[in-house]
Ligand binder design. Sequence first.
Ligand SMILES: NC(=O)C1=CN([C@@H]2O[C@H](COP(=O)(O)OP(=O)(O)OC[C@H]3O[C@@H](n4cnc5c(N)ncnc54)[C@H](OP(=O)(O)O)[C@@H]3O)[C@@H](O)[C@H]2O)C=CC1
Ligand SMILES: O=C(CO)COP(=O)(O)O
Ligand SMILES: [Zn+2]
Length: 348
Amino acid sequence: MDFNRVKLPREIHSGPGVIKETGSICKDLKLSGRVLIASGPRTMKVAGEKVINSLQEHDFDVETIIIDAPSTDAVEAVQDRMKNMSAVLGVGGGKVIDVAKMAATQSGSHSVSVPTAASHDGISSPRASIKNEGGSISLKAEPPMGVIADTQIISQAPFRLMASGCGDIISNYTAVLDWKLAHRLLNEDFSDSASALSLVTAEMLIKSAGDIKEGLIESAAIVVKALISSGMAISIAGNSRPASGAEHKFSHALDIIAPKPALHGEQCGVGTIMMMYLHGGDWEFIRETLKTIKAPVNARELGIEPEYIIKALTKAHTIRKERYTILGDRGLTEAAATKLARKTGVID
Ligand SMILES: NC(=O)C1=CN([C@@H]2O[C@H](COP(=O)(O)OP(=O)(O)OC[C@H]3O[C@@H](n4cnc5c(N)ncnc54)[C@H](OP(=O)(O)O)[C@@H]3O)[C@@H](O)[C@H]2O)C=CC1
Ligand SMILES: O=C(CO)COP(=O)(O)O
Ligand SMILES: [Zn+2]
């Protein structure tokens, strides 16, 4: 018999100014001695330094590493630095948190997630999206043992990042439709509770769409809550199915094909409009909601040329092939992709 195992963070702290409590929260998590801060070039200045100060006030011996990309090389570099460290704190966006999570998993240590933006639902999830030469792979990881989400810092991040996080949540709609399809066609394992949590998270966010405004701590709190809840759905499922379907395949394809990709959640949001059309669902509602949030809804707003949108649509089914979606095994022809993108207003 297969037993079910759900892995979740031990403690989740959020609120304005909570980053100053990092040291005491890490003590409560029974961490001590040497810790590594993995952060991005910008996020080190925005939040990394506050984390370092708080940890030093609580007698931690702190070292730092800057992460430029969520690559296998970055994971190895963090792992190399983790010998004799009690944990790595990922302070930044999704790329940094994924690298910290994966390095901690592979070295049998712990990670703590300190998001500086509400841009992705990997904040608390037991997955890491890591890029290699062929694109990105979705890997199983230990969830962070703690999450410290300072809504003051998150509310001051460029608004584009928060709108992107909303796109990542709204994509739960098509992700769950794809998952159900795979369950019906291929008898893939399906979790009612994970899919229900994923959908209710997207519904709650959509209900609050009008309240998601630039610079507001309250808006940051709404989006952070939804991202953590979506991460919980991933934990319950034990895979990304409740939060990643064909719209994510499209985004992953754009990351490979487009000379200058947009943000992950921005691409997923536009992908959701198109995949919802393929599912025969209310794609116009998805588009209107994204517009309300001021997230991109077309190629121009993504800053991506139409030719790359079409190429990504025709390539999307080849990504994460084990994950069956509305794109099927053969994917879209160029003509069908062009029709789809035109019909949904993604290209002119
Ligand atoms: N594991 C999972 O379950 C999931 C993983 N993901 C992954 O997460 C990544 C997407 O995350 P995302 O956050 O969009 O991308 P990044 O981590 O690349 O961050 C985007 C940019 O925002 C900057 N930034 C972050 N916070 C602030 C801030 N407060 N002020 C100013 N700049 C800031 C970063 O700065 P800097 O240059 O300092 O890094 C970076 O330049 C993708 O790799 C995606 O695959 C997405 C969803 C789920
Ligand atoms: O981005 C994710 C969920 O929002 C994770 O997606 P993948 O499993 O496709 O990398
Ligand atoms: Zn995502």
